[in-house]
Design a binder for this molecule. Sequence first.
Ligand code: C2E
Ligand code: CA
Ligand code: CA
Length: 635
Amino acid sequence: MNIYTQLCGLAIIAVLLFFYKKEPTMGLSSERRFIITLYMIIGCVILDIASCYFIVNSGRYKETVVLIFCKLYLLSLQSVSFATLGYTIADLFTFYGTYHEKMIGRFLQFFYILGMFITISLPISYYYDGVSLYSYGPATYATYFLVALHILAIIGSTIFFKAHLKQRKINAILVWMAIWSMCAIIQFIKPQFLIVSFAACIGALIMYFEMENPQSTISRKTGHFSSAVIHDYFNYLYQSKQRFSVMMISFKTLGDAATENKMLRKTINMLSDFLFNIESAKVFDTAEGYFLLVFESNDFMESTKFKIATYFQSIEDNPDIADAVTLLHPFYTIVPDSSIAFDADELMMLLTNFLPNNHETIAKNEIIIDKSTMADLQKRKQIEKMVVAAMEDNRLEIHYQPIYNVQTKTYTGAEALVRIKLLDGTLVYPNDFIPIVEETGRIVPLSDSIYKNVFTFMKSYRIEKLGIQKIELNLSVKQSENPVFVSRILELINNNTIDPKLLNFEITETNSIQSKESVLANMEKLMEHGISFSLDDFGAGSSNLNYIVDMPVEIVKLDKHLTEEYFNNPKAQAIVKTVVQMAHSMGLRIISEGIETEEQKIAMEDLGIDYLQGYYFSYPLPEHEFLRFIQQFNL
Ligand code: C2E
Ligand code: CA
Ligand code: CA
């Protein structure tokens, strides 16, 4: 009995299964269908051997037993081709709604079962001459026909769904089908060559090496699942309507690159090793050195976060390795419920959008992406859109708030404050859009437009002739750090032939300055041209006291909350008095903003404040009203 090829095939599949089972898999539907196909092939080869045995020894068994095994072999052959079809289209179902998906599945299953019944009901015979053996007859021919149909369906779906299948998979499947068809034709012409089941084994081998080798889904660097398969896995989860939670662990790096890089590598390595202990999650290693953990439930996520925190703590507290190991602190981007995103693409987009370096999240150690975060994001996007549209259609409007000079008792300055005019004429105030635009980085082009607007106004009306000595412009830290800031401003000044001495930039949020050197360098260059600087919002939020000392500012602007507090709170009074003394002793002048009543005005004058600004004097005014106001009072 010549069954060497079949035995070889069995050995091949056994080895494949051994390697396949050894590595972790993600549980994708294509993986499951590949395993099913492998088992079908094993069954087919075993039945092939069994039918050979019964044909050779037909004298010892009842005729029906021999025929049953011959038929079982035929049925298993159909099952292999059908399983292969299932494997081919496993990934395709992503692109169908459940209804289509089910209908196609049902239709194919029905067709398969029908084929089985036809094969069972048709007669079969076998031939054995002491050397070669084979089965023949209508059942055998029907099987050839049905398998051929399956193969055609497989080839057809690779062609029809070319766009949705990976090219690599298509190629591998087509090679497999070519080998199989060739063997089937050979066996059909020369039935004594029993090579069809062996050819299925070769096909499985090709698929394994080209597509299904679990090693290819694993990152060589860390041994966790690789970034290449994250998208496939998310796709599979969304498609099979499973809810899950995701936690991305990244590291925020600030400051000195060289030592941080070393620390980062060390942290990543230690965390990577530790993550092998986490059983409740699938761990992916993104190419950027972050880790992505996918949980079946939110509860597992909380406990895992706790485990990681404890682990980090234990390393840092360990006296033996304490000075060897300073670790960066992990930052968690958490999606508690996957249904927040519609599909894999959207989820991936969310995860990358909320990386700590992209965002003003540096101070926190996690961000949770849930319904409210999404609503917030939506709002931010709308606001950004509104700002961009306003810039394009020239709907930025600058209002000028007069600044009262206590000494001259006239208005010698004004602060330029931006507004956006909506299409219906209503105004949007800067607190509603400046903070958002600052985060996204669009503050630079926006400020460009604002400054252009202001300079045109200054030039057109020669405001210095009205007694205005300074126009105060608000400046964000992001801008002042920008290397092209100086050249951009000088260019704008030159284009409009503005006297730079008329300009003063108000710097605020100084505590968020990342590179003090570049800010100072920029300031100095502009100061050489006569532009001055002031410290805005002094006394609000995190104090910027040391910046009075460090920064070459000429004016300190007391925040309006401080002005307000001054009249309610003795402590604030002490602070204001000290600041006034200190600033004056350093040769700085002081503006007090938010003056709303005469009482406040008198108190501030008595304190020795140099300039006053607030609703008591005037609201911020549109260009023409501002001009009228100034003319009336100054001239
Ligand atoms: P800010 O620099 O502190 O500007 C003063 C704010 O106080 C202005 O609000 C002004 O209208 C308001 N204000 C003036 N007098 C009084 C008063 O007596 N009482 C009270 N309660 N408020 C008073 P506005 O125009 O809504 O601007 C808000 C903030 O938006 C500004 O605060 C500034 O930080 C920012 N901003 C405005 N224009 C620009 C700009 O062109 N560029 C940048 N980067 N930021 C701007
Ligand atoms: Ca200001
Ligand atoms: Ca202020």
